[in-house]
Ligand binder design. Structure first.
Ligand SMILES: [Zn+2]
Length: 96
């Protein structure tokens, strides 16, 4: 799935979906889309901040860009991937 971050910000609620694939340890694994043209990198809509976070095109752990101080991502950051089959720990999502 590829989308324009500007579209996501301005478009319908249907695009405002965040996919947390699971966890590695205590870190959330977040499914990203690849940008194109004006932005080349990983991006995802964050429902805690109600905006799109943009990162460089590299799989792995990052510090969260969240501006919402109650975002759970701020504790441990997040792991970004574009692979929906990214291996996560066998653990249920809790309170997410
Ligand atoms: Zn956020």
């Amino acid at each position: 799935m590829i989308f324009d971050p500007i579209d996501v910000l301005n478009d319908t609620e249907s695009k405002k979906e965040m996919t947390i694939l699971g966890h590695k340890g205590d870190v959330h694994v977040v499914l990203c889309s690849n940008g194109q043209d004006s932005f080349y990198g990983f991006m995802f809509y964050c429902e805690f901040c109600d905006c799109v976070h943009l990162h460089g095109p590299r799989e792995g752990h990052r510090d969260a860009q969240c501006t919402n101080k109650s975002s759970p991502f701020l504790v441990d950051g997040y792991i970004l991937t574009t692979n929906k089959d990214y291996p996560v720990d066998e653990r249920r999502l809790e309170n997410d």
